[in-house]
Design a protein around this ligand. Sequence first.
Ligand SMILES: C[S@@+](CC[C@H](N)C(=O)[O-])C[C@H]1O[C@@H](n2cnc3c(N)ncnc32)[C@H](O)[C@@H]1O
Length: 360
Amino acid sequence: MINAVAVRPAHALVCLHCRQEATKGIAYVCRACRDVFLRGECNRLAWARAVRRHLEELGIRLGCSGRQKSKSITLTLFAQEIGTTPQTLRRRLARAEKVERELADHPELLDLVELGDMDAGAALRRARSEEIAAMCTITPEHIEAAKATVDIRCCDFHDLLASLRNVDLILCDRPYERTWLPNFADLARLANDALAAHGMLAAMVGDAYLPEIFEAMRGGPLPFRLLMHYLYPQKAPTAKHIPHRFLSHAKSVLVYGNLRGRYIMDNVINAGLPDKRWHPHGQDVGGFRELVRRLSLPGQLVVDPCVGGGTVAVASLMEGRRFIGGDVDAKAVQMTRYRLSLPDYGEEDIDEPEEERAVS
Ligand SMILES: C[S@@+](CC[C@H](N)C(=O)[O-])C[C@H]1O[C@@H](n2cnc3c(N)ncnc32)[C@H](O)[C@@H]1O
């Protein structure tokens, strides 16, 4: 690794690497050091800084390969002298600048790279994962804001979605009957208007009508992004109204919109058994918390237009997301409001269910 290069008078003939006086030419890296220096055995960041310093001292601008005003040396000649080409030199400098820029808020990682104790790629990956972890951290303020703004309405999903804008995530588990299928096209259209530019629509669906659902959503403006697999811990017979009944172990969650890959760890959710205490088709809060975590950030707004017994509401509030929900069924709305008024949303006294429960 080269030593820090001190400020020198212009045209000082000192090797960037060993710092010996050069005897001949414009030897910014002496011949003895050149191979080591350029094979990358030295620290790239220190290399870039040293090169930049020398270019500055010599008054050479990177954008220009020819002779610059009264300067006696060109970028091409300088590059030649250090055994490279102007193109490679620019590329390496740009890469170093990118590392410095992206690590500007991570001085400890930049230090490690400068000292040669960490590879620049590894430092950038670490910085990104630290930034994501910070974005995903739920603060008490998120929890308080979520509680203070929760809003459960008794209305049809058309009216709810038409009244909303800038939603970050629409997450719903709508009815599974064939008669509900025509609503998917409206759901896609209204969700598109209600969602923020980066927003997503995630709809839990059974497998029985997948082709029809894909077809209905295909005509809508939201692009399909991902199919997530919501796995139950045990299999159960599908509900009676589903044609071709089978033992089901899983459901699918269709994700549409502008998926930002970094929030998705993987496409499988290991959920608990459905929780029917609050609604005949109630789902497990744990599984929906995981969906909320993967598809949105703390402080963001989640909407469930078919709120049922309030599983998505509870999951969102527990994850520090603001929440708006709706349901056409006044009883479901009443139950969700009641559930949200309970300490820990009634989650503290949950029993481990043992018997088989139908997957609707
Ligand atoms: C499968 S359940 C939701 C269960 C919920 N995920 C839970 O865990 O409790 C579907 C809900 O959608 C509601 N629903 C049906 N049609 C609707 C519509 N057009 N607008 C709003 N809600 C509707 C039903 O009343 C029902 O409560």
